[in-house]
Design a protein around this ligand. Structure first.
Ligand SMILES: Cc1cc2nc3c(=O)[nH]c(=O)nc-3n(C[C@H](O)[C@H](O)[C@H](O)COP(=O)(O)OP(=O)(O)OC[C@H]3O[C@@H](n4cnc5c(N)ncnc54)[C@H](O)[C@@H]3O)c2cc1C
Ligand code: SF4
Length: 490
C-alpha cells in the first residue's frame, strides 16, 4: 500500500478528455495523450491493499491489481509492467476499452469512489511501450509442434501469443484483409487508434507468430484440410451473426446493420477510400443500447450527421446501484459514454437516447428508401408497444445495433470439422475448451457468445494452456477462466 490515508485525502480523478468540438473534427482517441501521468501515482496510492482483493476476482484475467497499484504509487514502472503483463497480453486494449468490472468490485466502492484501476492499467501499459519494457519474448526453443488459430480478434491473438511464446509454431488465419477482428473493424479509432494494434502485431511477428490474411477457413480453405496440416486448431472466429429487427419496412434502403456501417467507416479512417454508407447530412436513428450503438453514434457525429437519435428498448437505468444489484456485482446504471457526451453537448444537453422505446415499423418515402421510424413506448416486462404512444422520428439512415447471435452457421466450419453446437448456437466445447473433435479447440465469442475483450483475452490464454497440455502432456501457461465462468452480475 502506497499511502494508508490516500483514499481519504485524494479524491478519485479520471483521465481528461479532449474538448468535444475538437475531438468530433477528427478520429483520434478522445482522451488527452499523457494526461494520466501527472495524477496516476496519487490515484494508485488510493488502493487500500485490502487483503481480500475482490477487484482481482472480478477481473476475468485475474489481474494482480493491488500489486501493481503499490508499484505505481512507488513509481516502479518496470516492475508494474512485469506484473501487469504476467496476466494480460494486451493491457493497452483493456486499459482503453474494458468496462472495468474490477472497479465495481473495489472495496472502496462500497461507500465511496473506486480506485481508477482501468486508468492505472492503461498508464502502465503505455509507459511500458514508451520506455521499452514491453519487448518481444521469442521462445528459447521450439517444440516442433504446429498450431493454426482461425480468427484474429483478441481471443485468437491472445491464444497465438501464448502458444508462440510456449514454443509452438503458430499461424493465425484471418478472412479479413487486416488482423484484429472487432478491435480493427468494429471499434472506431476514437476509442482505439489502430497503430496500437499494429504495434502489438509487429511484436507478435517478431516473436514468431505467422499471419495469413484474406483466407476464409471453411470456404477458401477447407477446415478439415487445415486440421490435417497442423497438430492442433484453435477456432476463435467470434460471434458475428447480427440480431435482426423483423418489423414491417425492414427491407427499405437506408437501413443497415451496425456491422455493415462501422467496418466501412473504420476502413475509411485507415485510408481505404470513402465509406459507401455515410451519415453525412442525414438524420440518423440508431436502434440498440450497447457499445456498438454508442460506436455508431460517435461515428455518425464525426461524419457530420444532421441529427442522431438512439432507441433503447430497456427502461432508463438508475444513476446508482439499484436494490438487487449489491456490491460487488457490476451494476446496470445510467452510463454516459464519450459518444453520448458528444451528442449531448452538440444538442444543448439533450440525451440522444430514448429509453423504453420499441420500433413498430419503418416508413418509406415512396421510392424504396426509409423516411421515418415509427416507435412506441415499450411496456415494462413484455416490451410490447403501449397502445396510444406511437410516434415517428424522421430518418434517412437507420443503424441496427441489437447484438450478436453466435458464430455464422454457413461458414463451413461445423460441417467440415463435425463440430457440435450448444443450446445458444455457439460452438460446443468441454471444460477444457476442447470440441468433440480431436485437437480442435474453441476460444472467445465463438464459444461464449457475444462478450467482452477482457473475456476474449482470458479465453485465448486459457485455450492456449489447454492446447499446450494437449501437445506436450503438461503446461505452465496460466488458465484464468473456464468456459463455464460467468461475469459477476445480478
Ligand atoms: C462495435 C463493437 C464495439 C465493442 N466495444 C467493446 C468495448 O468497448 N469493450 C469490450 O470489452 N468489448 C467490446 N465489444 C465486444 C468485443 O469486441 C468482442 O467481445 C471481442 O472482440 C470478441 O473477440 P473474439 O476474438 O472472440 O472475436 P472477434 O473480435 O469477433 O474476431 C473474430 C475474427 O474471426 C474472423 N473470422 C470469422 N470467421 C472466419 C473464418 N471462417 N475464417 C477466418 N477468419 C474468420 C473474423 O473476421 C474476425 O476477425 C464490442 C463489439 C462491437 C461489435
Ligand atoms: S482488464 Fe478490465 S476488469 Fe481486468 S483490471 Fe483491467 S479494467 Fe479491470
Amino acid at each position: 500500500m502506497g499511502d494508508p490515508k490516500a483514499f481519504l485525502n485524494n479524491p478519485r480523478r479520471l483521465r481528461e478528455r479532449r474538448a468535444v468540438p475538437d475531438r468530433i473534427r477528427d478520429w483520434a482517441e478522445v482522451y488527452r495523450e499523457r494526461a494520466l501521468l501527472p495524477i496516476i501515482s496519487g490515484q494508485a496510492a488510493r488502493c487500500m491493499d485490502c487483503g481480500v482483493p475482490f477487484c482481482h476476482d472480478a477481473c476475468p484475467l485475474g489481474n494482480l491489481i493491488p500489486e501493481w497499484n503499490t508499484l505505481v504509487s512507488a513509481e516502479d514502472w518496470r516492475s508494474a509492467s512485469a506484473r501487469l503483463h504476467a496476466t494480460n497480453n494486451f493491457p493497452e486494449f483493456t486499459g482503453r476499452l474494458c468496462p472495468a468490472p474490477c472497479e465495481s468490485a473495489c472495496v472502496l466502492a462500497i461507500d465511496s469512489e473506486a480506485v481508477t484501476i482501468k486508468n492505472i492499467e492503461l498508464a502502465i501499459a503505455d509507459r511500458a511501450w514508451e520506455s521499452g519494457f514491453e519487448q518481444p519474448q521469442p521462445p528459447e526453443r521450439l517444440s516442433g509442434r504446429t498450431v493454426a488459430v482461425v480468427g484474429s480478434g483478441p481471443a485468437g491473438l491472445a491464444a497465438a501469443q501464448q502458444l508462440t511464446r510456449a514454443g509452438h509454431t503458430t499461424t493465425v488465419y484471418e478472412r479479413a484483409d487486416r488482423i484484429g477482428g472487432l478491435l480493427r473493424y468494429g471499434i472506431p479509432d476514437f476509442r482505439l487508434e489502430k497503430h496500437r494494434l499494429d504495434r502489438r502485431i509487429d511484436q507478435m511477428r517478431t516473436e514468431g507468430t505467422r499471419f495469413r490474411t484474406g483466407i476464409a477457413v471453411g470456404s477458401e480453405l477447407r477446415a478439415d484440410e487445415l486440421r490435417s496440416r497442423y497438430d492442433a486448431l484453435v477456432l476463435a472466429v467470434g460471434a458475428t451473426v447480427c440480431r435482426e429487427l423483423p418489423v414491417p419496412g425492414r427491407e427499405l434502403a437506408g437501413i443497415h446493420q451496425a456491422m455493415e456501417y462501422l467496418p466501412q467507416a473504420n476502413r475509411a479512417v485507415a485510408g481505404d477510400g470513402s465509406p459507401a454508407i455515410s451519415a453525412e447530412g442525414r438524420r440518423v436513428v440508431i436502434v440498440g443500447g450497447g457499445d456498438t450503438a454508442a460506436d455508431c453514434l460517435g461515428t455518425a457525429l464525426r461524419q457530420q450527421a444532421a441529427e442522431v437519435s438512439q432507441l433503447d428498448i430497456n427502461p432508463c437505468p438508475p444513476e446508482r446501484r439499484a436494490e438487487g444489484q449489491p456490491w460487488p456485482v457490476h451494476p446496470k446504471v445510467y452510463r454516459v459514454t464519450t459518444s453520448h457526451e458528444e451528442a449531448r453537448e452538440l444538442a444543448g444537453a439533450r440525451d440522444p437516447r430514448r429509453f423504453a422505446a420499441t420500433t413498430v415499423r419503418f416508413e418509406g418515402d415512396g421510392q424504396g428508401r426509409v423516411r421515418a421510424v415509427r416507435l412506441a413506448e415499450a411496456e415494462l416486462g413484455t416490451r410490447r408497444p403501449r397502445p396510444g404512444t406511437e410516434q415517428a422520428i424522421e430518418a434517412e439512415l437507420v443503424l441496427l445495433a441489437l447484438g450478436f447471435a453466435g458464430p455464422e452457421p454457413g461458414s463451413g466450419l461445423v460441417e467440415q470439422l463435425g463440430l457440435g453446437l450448444d443450446g445458444a448456437g455457439n460452438f460446443a466445447r468441454d471444460g477444457g475448451y476442447a470440441t468433440g473433435v480431436d485437437g480442435v479447440f474453441v476460444a472467445g465469442d465463438a464459444g461464449r457468445g457475444q462478450s467482452l475483450i477482457v473475456w476474449a483475452i482470458a479465453e485465448g490464454r486459457s485455450a492456449a494452456a489447454a492446447v499446450d497440455r494437449y501437445l506436450t502432456g503438461s503446461t505452465e501457461l496460466l488458465a484464468p477462466v473456464s468456459p463455464a465462468d460467468r461475469p459477476l452480475t445480478a
